[in-house]
Write a protein that binds this ligand. Structure first.
Ligand SMILES: Nc1ncnc2c1ncn2[C@@H]1O[C@H](COP(=O)(O)OP(=O)(O)OP(=O)(O)O)[C@@H](O)[C@H]1O
Ligand SMILES: [Mg+2]
Length: 299
């Protein structure tokens, strides 16, 4: 990829430099233990998945990685650099970008302006050599706009650059949010439910996009759509009540009875095995929106 493309840090990706390590992270919210001694690793050039029922702690983990939530215990490092004192405004400089579980676009800005907001943060990281926070000249702004346009195209929404977010369908707005993350040229890309609200027909393209991004940066993705996760992830960690209860390849995780039990409840697992209806993974393919899971999350 040439040096002017989004998601290209300009230097060869280094397997050690771009590895995310999470060690013993615990987060308390008052009496709630949202994360309990969570450890995981996300290697460079791979898609690492985090799944688990509603309220399992997935978004909280991403919030820790971004400095939005301070853990009670544990440590995080990216490329060997400790991120324990990270603040949200350090993210661009560290090469970390995320999408939110909600979409989080500015409704008063056009699509491309929303993406340019993401790119502007790069000025502080020294990427835009002629800039210091805001474009100082027409040429600077043109460059910023071109770059943002390329990120929109990469996310498959380039034709809607001048539209206002409210005019777009949900799936299109999600692409804009993704473009805004990509324009920050992340070395670590954190995606919180990128497929939520997408039609089945849109999943294949998202699958290809995420797989392609992992050639450029370390990707961590949270998602409820198990078909997508089974396809894009090299490794999956399963959270339940704030703990890692399983990890492995998608096939290993899908076949793990503890995972099925976490989603559907032990009774269902027993019922399936007693009825002799074959693999629990097939018969009870986990979805994150089971009534049991929602109940536990207090939805
Ligand atoms: N800021 C907060 N203050 C208090 N409790 C919180 C806060 N953020 C999350 N929680 C609680 O922490 C637990 C984990 O929430 P989290 O949002 O991380 O779950 P999740 O796995 O992302 O769920 P979902 O799949 O529904 O998005 C839940 O019990 C939630 O209610
Ligand atoms: Mg969440």
């Amino acid at each position: 990829m040439n040096s002017g493309s989004p998601v290209d840090a300009g230097t060869p990706l280094d397997a050690t430099r771009d590895r995310l390590e999470v060690q013993g992270i615990t987060v308390h919210f008052g009496g709630i233990v949202a994360l309990d001694d969570v450890s995981l690793a996300a290697p460079a050039r791979q898609v690492t998945g985090i799944i688990g029922p509603n309220g399992a702690g997935k978004t909280t983990l991403l919030n820790v990685l971004c400095g939005f939530v301070r853990p009670t215990a544990g440590s995080v490092s990216f490329g060997g650099r400790e991120l324990n004192r990270i603040r949200p405004h350090d993210l661009a400089e560290l090469g970390i970008a995320r999408t939110l579980q909600g979409i989080g676009l500015f409704s008063g800005l056009s699509v491309i302006e929303n993406v340019m907001v993401g790119a502007t943060s790069l000025a502080k990281a020294g990427f835009w050599s002629g800039l210091s926070g805001l474009p100082r000249s027409d040429a600077d702004e043109r460059r910023l706009r071109d770059y943002s346009q390329r990120a929109l195209e990469l996310a498959g929404i380039g034709d809607f650059a001048e539209a206002m977010p409210d005019m777009l369908a949900h799936g299109q707005r999600k692409r804009v949010a993704l473009a805004r993350a990509l324009v920050a040229r992340p070395r670590l890309l954190l995606l919180d439910e990128p497929a939520s609200g997408l039609a089945e027909s849109e999943l294949a393209e998202l699958d290809g996009l995420i797989t392609g991004l992992a050639k450029q940066c370390t990707v961590v993705v949270i998602e409820h759509r198990m078909d997508l996760m089974m396809s894009v992830c090299q490794r999956i960690f399963v959270l339940d009540f704030g703990k890692v209860i399983a990890s492995g390849t998608p096939d290993q995780v899908q076949a793990d009875p503890a995972v099925t039990a976490a989603y559907l409840g032990t009774d269902v697992v027993q019922a399936v095995s007693e009825s002799g209806s074959g693999s629990t993974a097939d018969a009870t393919e986990p979805t994150m929106s089971t009534p049991q899971a929602k109940e536990r999350a207090g939805d």
